[in-house]
Design a protein around this ligand. Sequence first.
Ligand SMILES: *[C@@H]1O[C@H](CO)[C@@H](O)[C@H](O)[C@H]1NC(C)=O
Ligand SMILES: *[C@@H]1O[C@H](CO)[C@@H](O)[C@H](O)[C@H]1NC(C)=O
Ligand SMILES: *[C@@H]1O[C@H](CO)[C@@H](O)[C@H](O)[C@H]1NC(C)=O
Ligand SMILES: *[C@@H]1O[C@H](CO)[C@@H](O)[C@H](O)[C@H]1NC(C)=O
Length: 413
Amino acid sequence: MASRFLIPCISPLFLFYFFLAISSTQTNAFHDGQKVFDVRNYGARGDGKTNTYNALAFTKAWNDACQWSGGRSTVYIPAGKFYLDQITFSGPCKRHVTFTIRGTLLAPRILYADKRAEWIAFRYVDNLTVNGGGILDGQGSYSWRHLNDCDKNPNCRALAMNIGFSFVRSARVNGLRSINSKMGHFNLYAVENFNITRVKITAPGDSPNTDGIKIGRSKDMHISNVSIGTGDDCVAILDGTTNLDISNVRCGPGHGISVGSIGRFKEEKSIEGITVRNSVLKGTMNGLRIKTWAKSASENSVSKFLFEDIQMINVRNPIVIDQQYCPHNLCDSPGKYNSHVQIKDVKYTSIWGTSATQAALMLQCSKAFPCQGVELSDINLVYKGRNGSVTATCENVGGWVYGKIVPGDCRMR
Ligand SMILES: *[C@@H]1O[C@H](CO)[C@@H](O)[C@H](O)[C@H]1NC(C)=O
Ligand SMILES: *[C@@H]1O[C@H](CO)[C@@H](O)[C@H](O)[C@H]1NC(C)=O
Ligand SMILES: *[C@@H]1O[C@H](CO)[C@@H](O)[C@H](O)[C@H]1NC(C)=O
Ligand SMILES: *[C@@H]1O[C@H](CO)[C@@H](O)[C@H](O)[C@H]1NC(C)=O
């Protein structure tokens, strides 16, 4: 290297930084007591070009990090654009693994969810950190237009979501961006003690089925300081989710924060213990929505919810319980079926802002299983259209109203 001959004539301080720079690119260096497995040392190239080799290199780096028993290990992806085929990072691993993404990972332009639901999947790992501030680019624009009709067609062929975690425990995702997924962005299934912070998720407001974070069969989770703007739900909370705390979320555009749909299939499990607080929803279709299938096969419940300190900015339907959910005309006729999902102990408190339609509060509970213990307090939603003021619809709802409530015409049973 020519620069070596320059060393005698430059300052010691420069030398210090010079060696710091060199050592950080060394093969599998130790760093803060962690062993670092840099994907470049396995042959990965961050040149943005399509290749099949990167997936192999990433897999090898992961396997070495995962099997490293000398201490914590880090898989390191430096700056650059790394094209990456569909990939699975499987455990169990020997110790804590950190997966640091500094650069951009580029998905294949077309990728169906035939083999696996996600482009990048982590499975069976305990003690995992994913960080680095890098970008997952799902390149969804190549499939949204002509391949993704799952919003209209129940028998559609699903495309791969950006990233999935299943059977992962004690993990955190801290600092990551996910853009333009083909279908959903984050898919969490059967995770436990799992935290997501400082994550930014974006896709155009008119991109189909690009849910932000989907969660099912999971427990003990915290989602905080995230910003999500997509063409579908910001967060979708599906069956079997318990003890989930969501705070400091900015949501919009999109369909809002959704619970369900639940109740369609027999083997589904209840949803319990969900908190959403200190969040802002802006320009979304719904704000806080709970939806259960009208034609339901399961008798489970949705309970112990708290929605607190939420600002709505121009949200079409800020507060919704819909127990008549039945898309794709699967219910013969509207109103024919009554959901068997029991909704109980749901508290809405300190929710304010603007509604883009008059229908600011719609609680349409099941005739067969009326909602129980619904509590409304300090709600102030306004509508700025020329047609009048906000309205409330409350059907088959049992519970209480406290403090100032606008719209105030909700009669509880
Ligand atoms: C994960 O962390 C827990 C708690 O510190 C520890 O008991 C367990 O052995 C760790 N497992 C792995 C694979 O690192
Ligand atoms: C997740 O956050 C909660 C609350 O801050 C904390 O108690 C828990 O240890 C965190 N878990 C992980 C895996 O970081
Ligand atoms: C979230 O952001 C707030 C304000 O910037 C900060 O005080 C808090 O520590 C952050 N929480 C996490 C878990 O990053
Ligand atoms: C307002 O009322 C007019 C006349 O009834 C109706 O055509 C229009 O759709 C209404 N607009 C909204 C935003 O509800």
